[in-house]
Design a binder for this molecule. Structure first.
Ligand SMILES: [Zn+2]
Length: 312
């Protein structure tokens, strides 16, 4: 392959900033639109290098001596987050047309949705502390990673619309079940919630998807539990998914050293906090007992009215 094409590929895998990466992806797009280049070879070499980058990073995580690091949860630090995200999106396609479509989407995202950072977000060590806390207190990742790994990307940019989000991928043939979840966190904008609260909120979404296998769906039991507070949510909506993630963050952060980082805890009276805690405790216990089920099917508890767990 032409030296100049190899050079583009090497620059792509070494890019550490979303903006630089976007410019390089535009060069890749030009290659795929030119008449002379061997496009199949270009895609194949680029995919090989991108696969390698992802593999090396995973190996680093697996071999790390840091005992706080969890298996099946990958945290991608600022300098590698853009290229690893790009690798995940690109390596699944070999067809030139699909490749171009994905390149366009990635360029659009980096150019139009990402802003230059004004502050810094959580550092990788801080994220790992959160993961370790949630795992040691609740074994939450035994539930969340039953079916697939969880990947967390720490971007050193702010985002036009979101302080974070959880992206869920499906096979078109199987819309009822996810196969990948990525959490994105961004450097915060001034008006945002605390970054710890934001991260744990997203982990709440990852949990919600692990339990229901669908992007917006919460367990029906959660909708039932809220009725006791005269809150009537409609399931499979943005609102119900957001409430689930928020209440999850309240429950796991309350009475812990992370409590000061959650501005929602103080809006709930103690008896409501107790109800939430009781609900999530039951949900976690049941999911942990039945986690084999979660590999293929969704799972839920039966929540009886009156705020007391049903007798089994
Ligand atoms: Zn959310």
């Amino acid at each position: 392959m032409d030296e100049s094409l190899r050079n583009i590929i090497e620059q792509v895998v070494r890019a550490e900033i979303a903006k630089d990466l976007s410019e390089l992806l535009k060069e890749c797009l030009c290659v795929l639109e030119s008449k002379n280049a061997n496009k199949r070879e270009f895609i194949s070499v680029l995919n090989e290098r991108l696969t390698n980058i992802g593999g090396v990073h995973r190996l680093d995580t697996l071999l790390s001596s840091n005992t706080h690091i969890l298996q099946n949860v990958y945290v991608h630090d600022y300098k590698v987050a853009p290229v690893i995200y790009v690798s995940h999106r690109l390596i699944s396609s070999n067809k030139i047309r699909d490749y171009k479509v994905t390149l366009h989407k990635l360029i659009d995202m980096f150019d139009n949705e990402f802003n230059e950072p004004k502050t810094v977000g959580l550092k990788k060590d801080q994220v790992n502390n959160v993961l370790h806390f949630l795992q040691s207190e609740y074994r939450i990742f035994d539930i969340i990673t039953c079916k697939t790994d969880l990947e967390i990307f720490l971007f050193n940019n702010s985002h036009k619309q979101f302080n974070s989000f959880c992206e869920v991928f499906y096979d078109e043939k199987e819309p009822e079940t996810y196969h990948k979840r990525f959490i994105f966190t961004f450097a915060s904008r001034s008006e945002e919630h605390d970054p710890y609260q934001v991260l744990i909120h997203e982990i709440g979404h990852a949990l919600q998807v692990a339990l229901t296998h669908q992007g917006m769906m919460t367990p029906d039991s959660f909708i039932e539990m809220n009725k006791e507070l005269d809150v009537y949510l409609e399931n499979n909506t943005v609102v119900s998914a957001e409430v689930f993630a928020d209440i999850f963050s309240v429950v796991v952060m309350n009475n812990s050293y992370f409590a000061v980082h959650n501005d929602l805890i103080r809006i709930f009276p103690p008896e409501v906090l107790d109800l939430f805690k009781c609900y999530f405790k039951m949900l976690f216990e049941y999911a942990l007992e039945n986690k084999e089920v979660l590999k293929t099917k969704k799972l839920d508890i039966i929540w009886a009215n009156s705020g007391k767990p049903p007798k089994s």
